[in-house]
Design a protein around this ligand. Structure first.
Ligand code: PMP
Length: 402
């Protein structure tokens, strides 16, 4: 046991800095999207509280949709639980092809490829398209799965300051003679909720002959007439070489997609190791995602409801005096600064019946610990009003508000 002593010491120092994390039990409140049960202690599901969930990513409130549950149940009974092999062996059910055709149609692109999750999509794709001699230009606030994909690829990582196109331009110029260049960005940044300047990124991509990859994890389903994402909403999707999104957020399910040209998708089938060397997804899950794809496109009222809620919630917090980042995404962070106050803020909200977790380094830069609220179409006006009042009270109580 003493060989793991160093772990104990490391955990103790994380605890001293209010940076230790622990897993807490939580489960959905049946037939009440937007709410969850949470236990009071680590791994503790006794003493459960029914809380308003302001830290989930179920942006359209689909995670408990009866049509998704029903179709998943049917397929589960018919086809069983697991796919039994990777897609290139015997796991490639017809449902994959149908889903990928549906995604290509929705995204108006030549082809699409489904991955087990967003983390595996980003690591698999980046590792497949760049290697040791190449360079990847990555926004400083890109998601960890993008950073890990770059590290796995062994390409040089050129990080540019968040959304700073001048800095990116300078780095592209410095590396202009490199053979393969990839610019990669989140469309909506996961911890700040602001958007990437996609139009400017496209100008730079053309100027330097780079590829552009956009991660729409937090914007797919949320923007665009049929939820196609930010690239569509801004009319730039044809300029994006590698377009990635997830089914784990607005789709209320699990999994991810990459879309683009037929060549890109054929290449990934041959080179993306997270696709090749991992078991295919459970058939029932594919069916659930396919149903979500229909709902995302047809139930426009969910997007409208979400955006109405976002506007009202942001405006209440601003009126209370909180400084919010720019943007109109479902992610609304209030920056607290130090880790301990962020934890106290979160605990005080929980006492008021609200689940809103403190996000601390290394997920966010040092000194920018925050409460990251995320909204859903499942939240009612009344719930959001109650949340805004409670957040103000806690802000005053802890001296975060003047
Ligand atoms: N990209 C971004 C921007 C994300 O926020 C996340 C997850 N939070 C992922 C990728 C990974 O997606 P998944 O949860 O499906 O693995």
């Amino acid at each position: 046991m003493s060989s793991l002593k160093w772990m104990e010491q490391e955990l103790a120092s994380l605890d001293d800095a209010s940076l230790k994390r622990s897993l807490r039990g939580s489960s959905a409140v049946p037939s009440s999207p937007g709410r969850l049960f949470r236990g009071t202690g680590p791994q503790n599901m006794h003493n459960r509280h029914n809380l308003l969930n302001l830290s989930g990513n179920d942006y359209l409130g689909l995670a408990q949709h009866p049509a998704m549950i029903e179709v998943m149940r049917e397929v589960l009974l018919k086809e069983g639980v697991g796919a039994g092999a990777s897609r290139l062996v015997t796991g490639n059910r017809l449902a994959y092809t149908e889903l990928e055709e549906g995604i290509s149609e929705w995204q108006s692109c030549e082809a699409a490829l489904v991955f087990a999750n967003g983390y595996m999509a980003n690591t698999g794709v980046i590792r497949a398209v760049v290697g040791r001699d190449d360079v990847v230009f990555s926004d400083q606030l890109n998601h960890a799965s993008i950073v890990d994909g770059i590290l796995m690829s062994r390409a040089e990582m050129a990080r540019y300051r968040h959304n700073d196109m001048e800095h990116l331009g300078a780095l592209l110029h410095k590396h202009r003679d490199r053979k393969r260049k990839l610019i990669v960005t989140d469309a909506v940044f996961s911890m700040d909720g602001d958007q990437a300047p996609l139009k400017e990124l496209i100008l730079l991509k053309h100027e330097y002959g780079a590829m552009l990859m956009v991660d729409e994890a937090h914007s797919g389903g949320v923007y665009g007439r049929c939820g196609e994402g930010l690239c569509h909403a801004l009319g730039v999707k044809d300029e994006v070489d590698i377009h990635m999104g997830t089914f784990s957020k607005a789709f209320g399910a699990y999994g991810a997609y990459v879309c683009g040209s037929r060549t890109l998708i054929d290449y990934l089938v041959n080179k993306a190791r997270t696709l090749i060397y991992s078991t295919a997804m459970p058939p029932a899950l594919l069916a659930g995602i396919a149903q979500a794809l229909v709902l995302v496109q047809q139930e426009h009222w969910r997007r409208e409801r979400l955006h109405t809620g976002i506007r009202a919630f942001r405006s209440s917090l601003q009126k209370s005096g909180f400084l919010l980042g720019i943007g109109d995404s479902p992610i609304v962070p209030i920056i607290i600064g130090d880790n301990e106050t962020a934890l106290r803020f979160s605990a005080a909200l929980e006492d008021k019946g609200i689940a809103a977790v403190a996000i601390r380094p290394p997920t966010v830069p040092e000194g920018t610990a925050r409460i990251r609220f995320s909204l859903s179409a499942a939240h009612t006006d009344k719930e959001l009003r109650y949340a805004a009042v409670s957040i103000r009270e806690v802000g005053l109580q802890l001296g975060v508000l003047g």
